[in-house]
Ligand binder design. Sequence first.
Ligand SMILES: Nc1ncnc2c1ncn2[C@@H]1O[C@H](COP(=O)(O)OP(=O)(O)OP(=O)(O)O)[C@@H](O)[C@H]1O
Ligand SMILES: [Mg+2]
Length: 316
Amino acid sequence: MKEFDVIVVGELNVDIILNRIDRFPEMGKEILAGSLDLTLGSSSAIFANNLSSLGSRVAFIGKIGKDEFASTVLNSLQSRMVNTSNIFTSGTHSTGATIVLNFGQDRAMVTYPGAMEDLKLEDIDWEFLSTASHLHFSSIFLQPGIRYDLPLLFSKAKSLGLTTSFDPQWDPAEKWDVNLSELLPQLDVFMPNLTEFTLLTGTSSLGEGIKYIKQYAPELTLVVKNGVNGAFGWDGVEILHQPAFLNENVVDCIGAGDSFNAGFLHKFTAGASLAECMEYGALTGAVSTAKAGGIGAFETREIMRNLAAKLFNKII
Ligand SMILES: Nc1ncnc2c1ncn2[C@@H]1O[C@H](COP(=O)(O)OP(=O)(O)OP(=O)(O)O)[C@@H](O)[C@H]1O
Ligand SMILES: [Mg+2]
């Protein structure tokens, strides 16, 4: 039995979330927000936090600065029982931050990447990695220090007996420069959203994209998320559609994709079927929309369970 179910290698930052703004800001003018939250941000950290809340044993490998935001990140992960012994302090960069302007169900964001750009393959302790059953990596485009070494990271993880998953997330440069032919054969689960999937594969539909990835990784499990339209799963045989659990009172959709990933991989690492993993992912994705920020709905097991029961009549 390994010490951890999942080790997350990824980016760390705080989110500074401004809610209840009544119009978008214009150059040279000032508007007011109705509320401000400072909370754990970043795809990888939200994923790790929520996966731990679901009951998986989780550890994190990443980089922060030496500042107040670093304490917010560490305290938050530690209070959710995520192992932070391999979160390192950068000697050159401060902790990243994202300013989120929430506007209805959509949002605009500006990110200062900071220390996440300084994470390198040399920072990974292989002995530590081998204490987990599964490796998850998220946000390739935000981590220039490690992005071109990802095939090496995943192949090393596979050789140590771990299963692997990867969520690319959005490319702020919109160049979508990822060598999928090298990366996909090292993965067990690939988890983009639909827009990311078509842009990465250079195709214009789910079916075409599946044909493209099949040539490199016929055994891969593919999960393509599509917001309120649900998600598609493909395990080399058939395409499965999982509808979203519709939440009538969405607070915000920050981290819905990461919460979906957490639910999906919590079941996947326990050996569940694709259909079970997809349904659980859709449930945890929907639950995350019921509270502010990426981790609000997963703050305690009780909050998370009550939301699932009350809103969707489901047990988490
Ligand atoms: N408004 C919503 N109501 C209910 N479920 C939702 C909602 N938004 C998202 N979900 C669920 O969460 C899943 C993932 O969301 P989405 O498709 O937005 O991922 P994403 O684009 O990767 O998100 P992120 O911005 O967090 O990376 C969806 O497939 C759906 O099941
Ligand atoms: Mg996403």
